[in-house]
Design a protein around this ligand. Structure first.
Ligand code: RB5
Length: 151
């Protein structure tokens, strides 16, 4: 069965979000698109929360969030249990955060990386597996920190 990827953006990330959604469909993922679909100015936390809930609950395997910088989206997404969101500016970061952090939400700034690089970063992220091993212990410690803060 195809892995699900939940995607969303605000008004500053729509073009890149749409291009990444197309890439993911072409690569055999099932894409759930939570918008935004129009040109109106919207609040990025509303969209980040939708995707983070899907990933945190296991309803989607991965998420993609695009805003102007990627930063606001990542701040919100990382408030959700089970979400490891990473803002990436290049393909090296995208590969490294999959290999080492098992990142499950990719955050991008369309105003920072633009279209071509943005799609290339997503391609790198979705082509790279978690390495496990010593990194698994460290990722488990992220979950421990989350649990400690939930108490
Ligand atoms: C919208 O102007 C902008 O603030 C938003 O896209 C994002 O960059 C926030 O982090």
């Amino acid at each position: 069965m195809a892995q699900k990827v939940a995607v969303a953006c605000d008004h500053a990330g729509r073009e890149l979000k749409n291009a990444i959604a197309e890439l993911l469909v072409a690569r055999g993922f099932e894409v759930e698109d939570f918008g935004t679909h129009g040109n109106d100015s919207v609040d990025y936390p509303d969209f980040a929360s939708e995707v983070a809930r899907r990933v945190g609950s296991g309803k989607a395997a991965f998420g993609v969030l695009v805003c102007g910088t990627g930063i606001g989206m990542s701040i919100v997404a990382n408030k959700y249990r089970g979400v490891r969101a990473a803002v990436c500016h290049n393909e090296f970061e995208a590969r490294a955060t999959r290999q080492h952090n098992d990142a499950n939400v990719l955050c991008l700034g369309e105003r920072v990386v633009g279209m071509g690089l943005g799609v290339a970063i997503a391609d790198a992220f979705f082509s790279t597996a978690f390495e496990g091993g010593r990194h698994l212990r460290r990722v488990q410690k992220i979950a421990d920190a989350e649990a400690e803060n939930a108490r």
